[in-house]
Design a protein around this ligand. Structure first.
Ligand code: SF4
Ligand code: SF4
Length: 228
């Protein structure tokens, strides 16, 4: 999931300065889980903006499970609000940056042929797993997963220095020198491999990572989903 927090209202109002007619779009995916753009946050934001004199033409809140970053769903949902989008001065997205850019590229520009000011209402902070209340960053989508070598613990994300051959000299009693409150990822990797009787996996030095796999923006083409 994309971890995210809501932007301060002052920043949102700055974006919307001079723009009276606003359309709000939330997301039934990550933004609902992180309470930044679910149905109640969209409703709340509509009330706040109305209180600041904005004319909210539409407050679009996809139901839980409907991801705004999935273009076919966004095209279908926003299609019902094309007139409001056509008339508005600005769109405020209560979704992650993926959702915002998918709506801008595939729906507003692609489907409707419109160019509209579109603004983020959240600060996305990366892929995170867990829940229902505590989420942790576990993976930075490096494009060439190494978890098979490291007992399912990602050194790139969990080690403060991203070391592929650790631990560093600062690891103390299983804790990280950068933050003694957190476990040393490399102490965990070694402990897990020892318990699995697979410590031999670290006999070979891991070569520097091919960061070419991180060349952005990345693209994947898949066959379309066929509804069952
Ligand atoms: S090695 Fe780490 S960052 Fe790369 S894909 Fe695997 S979990 Fe993600
Ligand atoms: S103490 Fe462990 S987690 Fe911290 S930087 Fe060194 S190897 Fe990485």
């Amino acid at each position: 999931m994309i971890g995210q927090t809501q932007k301060p209202i002052e920043e949102i109002l700055e974006y919307l300065d001079g723009k009276d007619k606003v359309v709000l779009v939330g997301c039934g995916g990550c933004a609902t889980v992180f309470h930044t753009g679910g149905e109640s946050e969209v409703k709340e934001m509509a009330e706040v903006l109305s209180g600041h004199g904005k004319n909210v033409l539409a407050a679009i809140a996809p139901p839980f499970g409907e991801f705004t970053c999935y273009a076919p769903w966004s095209k279908a949902r926003l299609g019902n609000y094309q007139q409001a989008i056509d008339e508005c001065d600005a769109i405020l997205m209560l979704s992650c940056g993926d959702g915002l850019q998918v709506v801008r590229e595939f729906v507003i520009e692609g489907e409707f042929g419109l160019l509209k000011p579109i603004y983020p209402g959240t600060n996305p902070i990366g892929h995170m797993g867990g829940g229902p209340t505590l989420f942790k960053e576990k993976c930075q989508q490096c494009g060439e997963c190494l978890l098979g070598k490291f007992a399912g613990i990602c050194p790139l994300t969990q080690c403060a220095k991203g070391l592929l051959n650790g631990p560093c000299g600062g690891s103390q009693n299983g804790k990280c020198e950068v933050d003694p409150e957190r476990d040393c990822a490399w102490a965990l990797i070694i402990e897990h491999l020892q318990k699995l009787d697979m410590l031999w996996m670290l006999d070979e030095i891991t070569l520097p990572k091919d960061w070419g796999q991180m060349n952005r923006p990345r693209k994947i083409e898949v066959a379309p989903l066929v509804p069952e």
